[in-house]
Design a protein around this ligand. Sequence first.
Ligand code: UDP
Ligand code: MG
Length: 151
Amino acid sequence: MTIERTLILAKPDAVSRGLVGELIARLEQRGYLIVAMRLMQLDGERARTHYVEHKDKPFFAGLVNFITSGPIVALCAEGENAIEGVRQLMGATDPLSAAPGTIRADFAQSIGRNLVHGSDSKMSAERELAIFFSENDFVSRRHDMERWFRE
Ligand code: UDP
Ligand code: MG
């Protein structure tokens, strides 16, 4: 059993449209445990660090501009294979390609306003979580994990 932690961002469109609760509900329904959470507004420097893998892409400037445009909610979810599982809940990057029932298909129309970020690998989860949280921001949900999800 691989218990993982992953970074999720409710992007400014999710906060502004009042979809943070919906997003959290879907994570909780799947059984992921929130172990850190923070409402904040990103500055350009932190946004560029977070999205550094895309720094040479044509959409980079617009992406940084958008992600810094209003408050976001950053959270860390923990669970079995949580990195891939959360990506599955989110759906494909472009809402038009996302499967019905995923967050992006159900609530978004365009790739530039796709509501949510989720880490895509163990390495990016570790790197990204460190951008948003420090060690003492994390709580232990070990008790809930044992009670609800592990025998
Ligand atoms: N993005 C965009 N245009 C593109 C590709 C990506 O605006 O052609 C944005 C989109 O909001 C996406 C983010 O850049 O969520 C990061 O892209 P990535 O390929 O990492 O997609 P994700 O991991 O978010 O599914
Ligand atoms: Mg990505």
